[in-house]
Design a protein around this ligand. Structure first.
Ligand SMILES: *[C@@H]1O[C@H](CO)[C@@H](O)[C@H](O)[C@H]1NC(C)=O
Length: 323
């Protein structure tokens, strides 16, 4: 599966025009001997300054998408810096294999990235740490954001067989607890042990979460993203099946990033102006046209788009999917 993903990322990394942002690298703490043990931190200087710092968004790449190939995500991630976030992407865990079984410890890189920024005298001034940190990720990185949400909610039960988790420093634990909302872009199958080694303790029931997939994603098993969505019990959650999006939509055409920015703003910085578009039928259709009709590949039980919110503004026919 991952060969196709890698090819797409290489192609995009080679062709992307440079976005309108500034980026610096920061070394990650607790180096584990892997290449590219750093994170790339980007922001828009007109929107983010030491006197007007921004919320932090940390991005997790897919299998094979770290190291220098992180540039494959530039176009997509510049949508988030344009929306006023400081966006940090770890380059580490370039491929999944060394980072826990099948990449199942990739999520630790989110915490290392947060700790590294806090420890950097210049970058730390650009971030407003008074608001929650939001996460998004692609494929393996989408699995990582969901595992980060599960660990925040279940710090004493989830993934306790791993000393990398039980032995986290106080700084890493504080970073774990900063996570406010997560966006999983074409996530791995969280219900398979191959991807999620602690299914019995995997439980997300509070953290706002958004799941993005696409009708042309033939790498995911059909309906997989809907199943991942259904297994999340949080009252605030959104499912979007983007019309004709392939597994690496985020690298190739970048649709769905306005949804990602809006969700991160609403549930990260508490920007209520984003709520109306997210909770309208079809969401931000200009950014991400939603699969129409019944039977589109990867549609969920309620079609191509479902937005559940605390207090339940949703119609009766979809209530069973939101409860
Ligand atoms: C998940 O956690 C919530 C809150 O602690 C709990 O109510 C729920 O029963 C748990 N779900 C599962 C499947 O363990």
């Amino acid at each position: 599966m991952k060969a196709a993903l890698l090819y797409c990322i290489i192609a995009a990394a080679a062709s992307s025009a440079a976005p309108d942002w500034e980026c610096t690298d920061v070394a990650l703490p607790d180096g584990n001997g892997l290449v590219a043990h750093k994170a790339r931190v980007c922001y828009k200087p007109t929107l983010t300054t030491p006197s007007d710092p921004s919320a932090l968004h940390v991005f997790g790449h897919g299998d094979g998408g770290g190291g220098p190939l992180i540039h494959g995500y530039d176009r997509a991630l510049s949508t988030l810096t344009d929306a006023g976030f400081v966006v940090a992407s770890y380059l580490s865990c370039w491929v999944d294999t060394p980072c826990g079984p099948g990449g199942s410890l990739d999520f630790l890189e989110f915490y290392k990235t947060i700790v590294a920024i806090q420890g950097d005298s210049e970058l730390s001034q650009l971030v407003n740490f008074d608001v929650p940190v939001t996460l998004s990720g692609h494929s393996s990185g989408a699995r990582a954001v969901l595992m980060a949400a599960a660990l925040k909610e279940n710090p004493n039960t989830f993934m306790q067989d791993y000393e990398e988790v039980t032995g986290m420093s106080d700084e890493m634990k504080a970073a774990r607890d900063m996570v406010g909302a997560v966006v999983a872009n074409h996530p791995d199958a969280m219900y398979l042990e191959k991807y999620n080694p602690d299914i019995p303790n995997y439980n997300i029931s509070r953290t706002p979460a958004m799941i993005l997939t696409g009708t042309a994603d033939i790498i995911e098993k059909e309906g997989s993203a809907w199943r991942v969505f259904s297994d999340i019990a949080s009252p605030d959650k959104i499912f979007a099946n983007v019309d004709r999006a392939v597994h690496s939509e985020i690298v190739l055409q970048h649709r769905g990033m306005a949804l990602t920015a809006a969700f991160s703003k609403l549930f990260g910085t508490g920007d209520e102006r984003e709520r109306a578009a997210l909770y309208a039928p079809g969401g931000l259709a200009e950014d991400a046209p939603i699969a129409g009709g019944d039977g589109a590949r990867n549609n969920g039980g309620a079609g191509g788009y479902l937005a559940c919110e605390e207090g339940g503004g949703y119609p009766a026919d979809v209530r069973e999917f939101c409860a």
